[in-house]
Design a protein around this ligand. Sequence first.
Ligand SMILES: [Zn+2]
Length: 257
Amino acid sequence: MIKKIARALLTERQRNELLIFLSQLKSLAYTGDTFYCNCCNKTFSKFLPYGNQPRTNARCPWCLSLERTRLLLCYLERETSVFTPGKKILHFAPERMIRKKIRQKARRGDYIAADLNPALGDMVVDITKIPFPEEYFDYIICSHVLGHVPDEAKAIDEMYRVLKPGGEALVMTVIDLSNPATYENRDVTTPEERLVHYGEPDLVRLHGTDFGRRLQRANAQVEEIDYSLRLTEAERRRLSTGNRERELIFRCVKTTL
Ligand SMILES: [Zn+2]
């Protein structure tokens, strides 16, 4: 009933904000110091389970960040100049807390939060047709997007097109670590079938360990980074940074041919 009323009265953006607010109220039940979320800078007795096959200690009760978002933020803060004013950044399907942190540092107009859904980004952008000129961005952040895009090769080409030489696309996806080849099946078309075949109802493929090769182009260097290995065991446990299936970072640097 409450959901129906909220849907009738509020915009999607307002509903998302309401959801966050309610989560923050509920998070009081998880007071403690066992886990730490670097996205909201708060500690908890535990994180919430999350996923179709629920993962334990996955989601921050306060800001709803996931394992991959906390690990990506560690990487961005420690290994990149994303937070240096003056960098031009295109962020697809922007994670709310990372978006907030970059925006606080970025010069006006330098940071673009892009999504197909206008409620989730500042600009509606189709990743296979990015409305920016060549060699425009220093960074692209594209986490858990390519598994949902039918024409993945076009999306990858487009990202390299708009990157400056030396610019970096930081890409993440769900990976079946037991499969050397990405799995795509044209007969799988409904959300129910996708859930069975790919593990999520809106994926159109399940990447295998060949994902890095799929990102490769003649004018690019691709590096697969398991950033959790650069953290201490204690830090990994406290942040709860996942099991690599969703958290590997592919650093794609555009080179000159
Ligand atoms: Zn948090």
